[in-house]
Design a protein around this ligand. Structure first.
Ligand SMILES: Nc1nc2c(ncn2[C@@H]2O[C@H](COP(=O)(O)OP(=O)(O)OP(=O)(O)O)[C@@H](O)[C@H]2O)c(=O)[nH]1
Length: 426
């Protein structure tokens, strides 16, 4: 119902003619007009402000506002129906049982559970009716769901102008009798009907009408169960999807964290461990224990005349030369060995469980590998090696001796591996 200000200027002709039956009443009076929309025939009811008498005005063109209200409620009805996920679903015994009960109760050859979809009515269960659906404009159920009554009964369809030309058949004959009870969702949306059909005109008894409505409630309960199960499945899928997303996010975070850890502990240019990584390694009890229980060697590798390389060939090629040295180290050491970019062009290699002679061999492999590096200029390295017997020397002392060996390698002409010549104590 809507109300608005009524003025003499806006009084429509229909209004005046509608109210002219009240003698002596001025119809140009100003006041409040109350207008209700009558959904049955699209007409409007006007309450005359001066006579307070109701006048029904027929409007040829449908009221635009009313049309949009209808469209909204129809849309909501459709959304409610969709939520059941029942349209085009497979037949179910429980629904079939209900139509059988309806037909048996009412003594009709046909019964349907019909759901009124956008363009069609679709039958969830059917008895005595061949097609699984029919166009909505031919659906008697479409009228039944819009009827204000709890049950729409048409004793003789042929006598009703709305249905006289209907081609629907029950048990192979034109349908003549229809009675349908709307299926209403708990929110009040009419989703469809449970209806009975006969090929002869007739009427239901009071008990049959009541029974049909009981069956409508049962069918609605079944639909509710269906919607509940559908909702549970949706929630479960949603939960699984969120759990999956959470797991993906967790794995992504872990990957990023590992990347971050890796880049914090590794040198970007060579991929070798950096000093931060080395100092973490030195705090690792497993590493310390390993170095304490067996002999180990340290190796210091320094690129020869690297300043010249940079000066002559530029820093980019200088970087490539450093990468080539790192590659030569990587391919020459074992899995358990650790290579660290210790300074600008200096690499430290920790070689557990290997004595001096073995470490010198590794140094030689590296030295030769660097000479074979695919670079547009010759490149060499000098290597100093020192070893420790378990429990005798600390890492610092071994490092100092390797550094002195490296110094000697540089001093004696570069491109060579020099072993620490300190007599072993033990
Ligand atoms: N391209 C490049 N150069 C670097 C990098 N880190 C250090 N350097 C350069 O390495 C050079 C080291 O030079 P020096 O310490 O003088 O030693 P050298 O020229 O190799 O001479 P010797 O060690 O005596 O054979 C310096 O010019 C540094 O700028 C780097 O990451 N990239």
């Amino acid at each position: 119902m809507r109300c608005w200000r009524w003025t003499s200027n806006s009084t429509p002709r229909d209004w005046r003619s509608g109210c002219n039956g009240s003698p002596g009443r001025p119809h140009t009076a100003e006041g409040i007009a109350i207008i209700t929309c009558d959904p049955a025939d699209g007409g409007r009811l006007w309450l005359c402000p001066s006579t307070l008498s109701a006048v029904r005005l027929r409007s040829k063109a449908p009221d635009a506002a009313q049309e949009s209200t209808d469209a909204v409620s129809e849309h909501r009805r459709q959304v409610a129906l969709d939520a059941y996920g029942v349209l085009d679903s497979a037949p179910e015994q429980a629904f079939d049982d209900i139509v059988w009960l309806a037909a048996t109760l009412c003594g009709t050859p046909g019964a349907l559970i019909s759901l009124v979809d956008r363009e069609r009515q679709w039958f969830k269960a059917r008895l005595g009716v061949e097609p699984v659906q029919s166009p909505r404009e031919e659906a008697i159920c479409d009228h039944a769901i819009r009827s204000a009554d709890r049950l729409m009964e048409v004793p003789d369809l042929r006598a009703d102008p709305r249905f006289s030309r209907l081609g629907f058949e029950v048990a192979g004959q034109p349908v003549r009798f229809y009675a349908g009870a709307p299926l209403r969702s708990p929110e009040g949306h009419a989703l469809g009907t449970i209806c009975v059909l006969d090929a002869v005109p007739r009427e239901l008894s009071a008990a049959q009408r009541e029974g049909l409505q009981v069956l409508a409630r049962q069918a609605q309960h079944l639909l509710e169960l269906r919607r509940y199960a559908q909702e549970q499945r949706r929630l479960l899928a949603e939960r699984e999807s969120s759990a999956r997303h959470l797991e993906e996010a967790r794995a992504d975070l872990q990957r990023r964290n590992e990347q971050l850890q890796h880049s914090a502990h590794h040198d970007q240019l060579t991929g070798l461990l950096n000093r931060v990584g080395l100092s973490q390694l030195r705090q690792d009890p497993a590493v310390l224990e390993r170095l304490a229980r067996a002999p180990f060697s340290l190796m210091l590798i320094d690129v020869d005349h690297f300043k010249q390389v940079n000066d002559r060939h530029g820093h980019l090629l200088g970087d490539r030369a450093l990468q080539a040295v790192a590659d030569a180290v990587g391919t020459s050491i074992r899995r358990g060995d650790v290579a660290v970019r210790f300074g600008g062009e200096e690499i430290l290699v920790v070689l557990p469980e290997i004595r001096l002679a073995g470490a010198v061999e590794v140094g030689e492999r590296i030295r030769r590998g660097v000479m074979r590096a695919p670079l547009p200029f010759p490149l060499t390295v000098s290597v100093g090696v020192a070893s420790a017997e378990p429990g005798v020397d600390g890492i610092e002392q071994v490092f100092d001796r390797a550094d002195q060996a490296l110094y000697r390698a540089k001093a004696t002409g570069r491109n060579r591996v020099v072993a620490d010549d300190t007599p072993l104590r033990g």
